[in-house]
Design a protein. Structure first.
Lengths: 423, 370
């Protein structure tokens, strides 16, 4: 019957066009529904019968409507206003090491600047042989590089300094993303202007309504920084700095100035708002560290996690997570299921690139008992991710920034998961 | 090295210098050093004699022999006496010109730093055909340093298949000169030493008027902050408390930051709308709100600006995270039986549930990041 139906249906389609064929096929559905078994298999599904959208329907594709919940989310109480705020990457819904461009967390201080690239300029001034102005077209005539780097906000996990607060790795760790950038080495562009020998610092400035500025040591600028115009193979997204952003590998996200319009060379730092009143780390002593640029070794289990509980019961379980370090590659990730009593080396899968996210897995047979899941990363320089208690004993609880402590997820017998701190 | 043409060799040099190899030549740095010479000497394509002779093909050149340049008698005599420029005698000459050629008319005191000498000689050698030929044939120590070791490449954190980055040593002459007006329009940053301060002035009392109209709706009448908008005043003595209040008076190290930030980004929603005098007045008023000045008629200006110091300046320290006990040892972490007893929960996120979609509007947890 199926053969006959299909043949008849195809004939009807050919004879009558789409509508005639569809009506005929719909009439046949009742017959097939009688079969025993999984209706996903035994019933002919709409998508199996009716043609879908043609190639003109989605000239720029978007995710399935069934993935509509996979979005960046704001935590309204964190900041004073959504225009100067942050949202969070849904890490628990992602795999691999590349973050889709539309899910990369946003942090901006004056909203998203919408810039016509034909009106965008990059100026280099200060202690240079000749102050220069580049158009976007000029910048695209320099030799380019493609590099995969993580970008982590220095305040990622900052809400957890005083203890467990937020239930979900999207909120506790979601101020991070990792994409492939295409851009021109910053040193190439600086060489074009000729940095004077006394030029030891670089001020990067954005064209947005906050005119974001950060001071960057010249050594870093001449090492691995990029002036990037593309991410994941296409133009930067507006919220990520279109048409031009700075890439400062391994260093705190605030320095990766978006909508980059100016680079000034000087002999000392400028002590801007974002490097004095913010992005300085207040210690228990009342002293505050400044210019804490590097993002330390860190990891988190993204699945299972509070927003992604275990729904399949006991048996084979995939524990998955992310690890990264501003020092370079990740050498190893350990996972514990008993709150740090015993650790097991996890499996890193996929590319292991310096200053990029690393994906790890630890698979085991869950017996349905309570778990205290943690991950611990070790980077290629030998730095080991510390516990939150170790961080607090060294720094107190008022640092806001640079919390790279080990995260604990409590798994109950039903597979439900909560953010906890343990002893 | 023989696998690579000259260009790659030169790129290798600069990479090695970037990785800190002793004795390696950094052409980019050499070019910078050449900035000290460029007012008198030219090198490269179309270089002509200026105050001093052009410097193409300097290595291998007999001293005092560039056509059309009027040398000192001393330099001509030196060439006649057999002085042919190589890297060693050039180093001696650039260290103390008059020691090598007594009577040279080059009015240059000399370079003291070894790396500057190496880099400028490397830079000049890159414009000398003879020097390049020598380098290519001899696998000397400099060439060895230029062959980047894998570890050095890793340290430079390159993800490239070959260590030299795109564009190293290139000069494409792209872009155009920025005009003074253009630089002035965008370069509005202020440093703690006063660099960048515009001429102008403003009083506390005038600042209060501006503040009430433009700032108080978010920052409160006395800088106390409305809602979660930033608190600007008060908080002195709270930096070691459970809930430190970080304000201009209690936390910010430099007054220049206030002027710079207000001028570039405030008032929120209407940036760059205040005059330079208005920003002086507002800055003066913020000093008043923070009890740094107490006279309502106090006038802040570009002349007295750097006299004012904020109370917390001395409490900022450099990054010393690598000295912290858990990093300093870099010890291999424990794998089995690391902690006695079973794990017990000491804090649940659910107790203070501020996760979006669950939290009440009234919840005001600790640890905002604004």
């Amino acid at each position: 019957m199926n053969d006959r139906t299909t043949t008849a249906s195809r004939r009807a389609f050919l004879r009558n066009g789409l509508m005639g064929g569809a009506a005929f096929a719909a009439a046949a559905t009742t017959g097939s529904a009688r079969a025993a078994g999984d209706p996903a298999i035994t019933e002919v599904q709409d998508w199996n019968r009716y043609p879908g959208d043609g190639v003109d329907a989605r000239p720029y594709g978007s995710p399935s409507s069934f993935e509509a919940h996979v979005v960046r989310k704001n935590v309204p109480w964190l900041t004073s206003d959504a225009v100067s705020s942050v949202n969070f990457t849904p890490l628990h819904e992602l795999d691999g090491i590349i973050t889709p461009s539309g899910l990369c967390f946003e942090r901006h201080h004056g909203g998203i600047a919408e810039i016509d690239p034909a009106m965008h300029r990059l100026m280099i001034n200060g202690m240079v042989d000749k102050p220069l102005v580049f158009s976007m077209a000029d910048l695209k005539r320099f030799p380019r590089e493609n590099r995969v780097y993580f970008l982590e906000c220095a305040a990622n996990s900052g809400m957890e300094w005083r203890g467990a607060q937020l239930n979900g790795c999207q909120y506790t760790h979601g101020m991070i993303h990792c994409v492939m950038y295409t851009g021109v080495p910053l040193k190439t562009i600086l060489a074009e202007a000729g940095v004077k020998p006394e030029g030891k610092w670089l001020l990067a400035e954005g064209a947005d309504a906050s005119a974001m500025t950060r001071s960057i040591p010249m050594d870093k600028a001449l090492d691995d920084c990029l002036v990037a115009f593309a991410m994941n193979g296409e133009a930067l997204r507006p919220e990520q700095g279109y048409p031009l952003r700075l890439v400062v590998p391994g260093w705190e996200g605030n320095m990766w100035v978006k909508w980059l319009r100016r680079l000034e060379v000087g002999d000392q730092p400028w002590q801007q708002r974002e490097e004095t009143s913010k992005y300085t780390d207040l210690l228990a002593s009342g002293k505050a560290r400044r210019f804490t640029f590097l993002m330390d070794v860190k990891s988190v289990i993204t699945n299972p996690s509070p927003q992604a509980p275990i729904s399949h019961g006991k048996g084979p379980l995939v524990v998955s997570g992310l690890a990264w370090s501003g020092n370079g590659r990740i050498k190893r990730v350990d996972v514990t299921t008993d709150g740090g009593r015993n650790w097991h080396a996890a499996r890193i899968d996929g590319p292991s690139l310096p200053k990029a996210l690393h994906r790890f897995y630890y698979e085991f047979d869950w017996d349905g008992s309570e778990l205290f899941l943690q991950s611990r990363a070790i980077d290629e320089q030998g730095f080991v991710q510390p516990t939150k208690d170790e961080l607090r004993s060294a720094r107190g609880s008022n640092s806001i920034y640079h919390n790279n402590g080990i995260q604990t997820w409590f798994v109950n017998k039903d597979g439900g998961i909560e953010n906890v701190e343990i002893s | 090295m023989s696998r690579f043409p000259k260009l790659v060799f030169l790129l290798g040099l600069s990479v090695a210098a970037g990785a800190g190899s002793a004795g390696a030549v950094d052409l980019a740095a050499g070019k910078k050093v050449f900035g000290k010479c460029a007012s008198c000497h030219a090198v490269g394509e179309d270089a002509k004699n200026k105050v001093g002779p052009e410097l193409n093909d300097l290595i291998g050149r007999t001293a005092g022999t560039v056509e059309g340049y009027k040398y000192s008698k001393a330099m001509i005599d030196a060439g006649a006496g057999g002085l042919v420029w190589d890297e060693a005698n050039l180093r001696a000459y650039l260290t103390k010109p008059r020691d090598l050629v007594k009577g040279t008319k080059m009015a240059f005191a000399g370079l003291k730093k070894e790396d500057e000498l190496s880099n400028i000689i490397g830079y000049l050698a890159s414009f000398s055909k003879k020097a390049a030929a020598v380098e290519k044939e001899e696998p000397d120590t400099k060439a060895a340093a230029a062959e980047p070791a894998p570890a050095a490449a890793d340290k430079a954190s390159s993800q490239a298949a070959s260590p030299p980055g795109a564009g190293d040593g290139l000069h494409l002459k792209l872009g155009r000169l920025a005009t003074e007006e253009e630089v002035a329009a965008w370069d509005i940053d202020i440093r703690p030493d006063g660099l960048g301060l515009p001429k102008g002035k403003g009083t506390v009392s005038h600042g209060m008027e501006i503040y009430d109209q433009n700032c108080a709706s978010c920052h409160g009448d006395f800088g106390e902050g409305v809602g979660r908008w930033p608190v600007l005043a008060g908080g002195q003595g709270t930096l070691r408390a459970d809930r430190p209040e970080k304000t201009i008076g209690s936390y910010w190290p430099y007054l220049s930051t206030v002027y710079d930030y207000v001028r570039r980004a405030m008032p929120f929603g209407n940036a760059r709308s205040l005059s330079d005098d208005d920003v002086y007045a507002l800055t003066a008023y913020l000093l008043y709100l923070n009890d740094v000045v107490t006279d309502e008629e106090f006038e802040l200006s570009d002349r007295n600006f750097t006299d004012i110091r904020l109370p917390n300046e001395a409490n900022f320290i450099e990054d010393d995270r690598t000295d912290e006990p858990f990093y300093a040892g870099k010890s291999e972490p424990c794998m089995t039986n690391c902690i006695p007893g079973k794990a017990t929960i000491k804090m649940h996120a659910a107790i203070l549930d501020v996760t979006p979609e669950n939290a009440d509007e009234d919840d005001q947890p600790a640890g905002g990041i604004d």
